[in-house]
Design a protein around this ligand. Structure first.
Ligand SMILES: [Zn+2]
Length: 106
């Protein structure tokens, strides 16, 4: 049971004022709602970015998965996913070019 901050009298949840002293009661439920966290960052977008940073070609696959999930869930991390996807394609291009050079050199 909640108590009044002014007179320490017992308060019912539906009361907006303390019946003992007349002090306005601040509903704690409103404070909880205001403290609600922002949408989380999509974890696959972070994995994709890590892969992209270490030169991992699968980054573009994870980037596409992350972008699809972000579209469906409204999570954060869309920019991270786009950067990872683009870097993944860059690494893929570099990989193909190096492979062709190596193959032609034989
Ligand atoms: Zn009171």
């Amino acid at each position: 049971m909640a108590t009044c901050a002014t007179c320490s009298g017992e308060l019912r949840p539906e009361w907006r004022f303390c019946v003992h002293c007349g002090t306005a009661v601040t509903p704690t439920a409103v404070d909880d709602a205001a403290a609600e966290a922002l949408p989380r960052v999509n974890p696959i977008a972070i994995i994709a970015l890590i892969l992209a940073c270490i030169g991992g070609i699968p980054a573009f696959v994870f980037g596409h998965i992350a972008l699809r999930q972000i579209k469906q869930t409204g999570e954060r991390g869309r920019t991270i996913a786009i950067v990872a996807t683009v870097l993944g394609y860059v690494w893929l291009t570099v990989g193909i070019v190096l492979f062709l050079r190596f193959a032609n050199g034989l």
